[in-house]
Design a protein around this ligand. Structure first.
Ligand code: PMP
Length: 397
């Protein structure tokens, strides 16, 4: 049976990581992998997570099954974090959430849920988008199409084209939007642009699915949720997929949430029953540990404040790295305008160099990034930014 199989292409980012690890040059830089790193290049466990973990070990009494929805406290707190405690849809009882194995699990649950709502639906993703999006929706048997988003030439949004495309969509369409820190471009919608997209969603009746994998990594926890909250207040039905991998640093614990907003509390109950059925058919129930840590942190004012402070350190470092790279490139006389990197948000930006130049950066300078020239901003540090800027300058000559 297996002899008919053809090997799948290897994950380009993991391949890059192993090449980086094997590279003996001490000045080498990894700008590939999309995880947060501190100045020393480590991805440490947050102090608030350590404290929550100690409390959890001391108080946990059972490992019995948690059920397909996961922890109800986590589900409530994560929805309040995303939508804001006083959001009208929360007050109206129109939101239901389930804990999922990471943001990826949330997206896969959303995909199967959509397939059950509207088997013929098309999911529209931004061009470009996170590499896994298409596969996740196609795995559920949904059609995936792209709407115009990032303009590689101007390093800005193709907003008019995006809006024009969204204006052609309707009830059989689901539009996937990145809440903040767009992966891979770093180019987010402004508040005014969100307002316009919300208006089009209301007018055309497509269903928004917002992927929020980086809440707090852009401008702040509240600021980054602007689009989510605006959209949720305006449309009848919506989906939100959240991840706690980056903002809580809980990558390997696999915790996220899939939330649905329905047009009434009764409709939300029906939708929840379908969500739970989908979960049972996919993985039965989510892991509990990450959810327990997040609910311990969010449910305790002091720990929550500590988390917000630690999150700010990560956010400031990323934004600082953006600014310092732009500044160094300018300072050494690079004429090309890289100021877009400082304007963009989150873990990634496209450097905007050719695949040949990406290869040259790797071969000659030991600087690793994916072929598209997407760079992981957290890989930059005070100790390597000069070398990075000079190397970029050399390949641009
Ligand atoms: N959505 C986007 C846009 C992402 O960048 C990622 C993580 N790279 C995810 C979802 C999934 O995150 P998780 O690790 O929580 O599954």
């Amino acid at each position: 049976m297996f002899s008919t199989l053809k090997a799948m292409p290897a994950d380009p980012i993991l391949g890059l990581l192993s090449q980086y690890r094997d590279d003996p040059r001490h000045e080498k830089i990894d700008l590939g992998v999309g995880v947060y790193k501190d100045v020393l290049g480590n991805t440490p466990i947050l102090d608030c997570v350590k404290t929550a973990e100690q409390r959890r070990t001391a108080t946990e009494t059972t490992k019995v099954y948690i059920g397909p929805a996961g922890s109800s406290d986590f589900n409530r707190l994560i929805a309040e974090l995303a939508f804001g405690e006083q959001h009208p849809t929360l007050n109206a009882g129109r939101i239901r959430s389930v804990s999922t194995p990471g943001g990826t699990g949330a997206l896969r649950v959303a995909a199967d849920f959509i397939k059950r709502c509207r088997p013929g639906a098309t999911v529209w993703v931004s061009d470009p988008t996170w590499a896994n999006h298409s596969g996740l929706f196609e795995a559920a048997g949904l059609k995936v199409e792209r709407y115009p988003y990032y303009d590689y030439a101007t390093k800005a949004l193709k907003f008019d084209e995006m809006l024009a495309k969204l204006n052609t969509l309707g009830e059989n369409d689901v539009v996937l939007l990145h809440a903040c820190c767009h992966n891979p471009s770093g180019q987010d919608l402004s508040k005014e642009q969100w307002d316009q997209v919300v208006q089009v969603a209301v007018k055309r009746g497509f269903t928004p699915l917002i992927d929020m994998a980086y809440q707090g990594f852009g401008d702040g926890v509240e600021e980054d949720a602007y689009g989510v909250r605006k959209m949720a207040a305006a449309v009848e039905d919506m989906l939100l997929c959240s991840s706690c991998s980056k903002n809580f640093g809980l990558y390997r614990e696999r915790i996220g949430a899939c939330s649905i907003i329905a047009n009434s509390s009764a409709a939300a109950d029906v939708a929840l029953s379908v969500l739970l059925y989908v979960v049972r058919c996919l993985y039965s129930m989510p892991p509990a540990h990450g959810a327990a840590l997040v609910e311990t942190i969010l449910g305790d004012n002091q720990l929550k404040q500590q988390w917000l402070d630690e999150l700010k350190v990560m956010r400031d470092r990323i934004n600082g790295n953006r600014a310092i790279l732009v500044e160094r490139l300018k300072a050494i006389g690079v004429e090309r305008d890289f100021s877009f990197i400082a304007r963009q948000k989150g873990m990634f930006s496209f450097l905007g160099v050719s695949p040949e130049q990406v290869e040259q950066l790797k071969q000659e300078f030991g600087i690793y990034m994916v072929d598209s020239s997407r760079i992981s901003i957290a890989g930059i540090s005070d100790s390597n930014v000069d070398y990075l800027a000079k190397s970029i300058a050399k390949v641009l000559q």
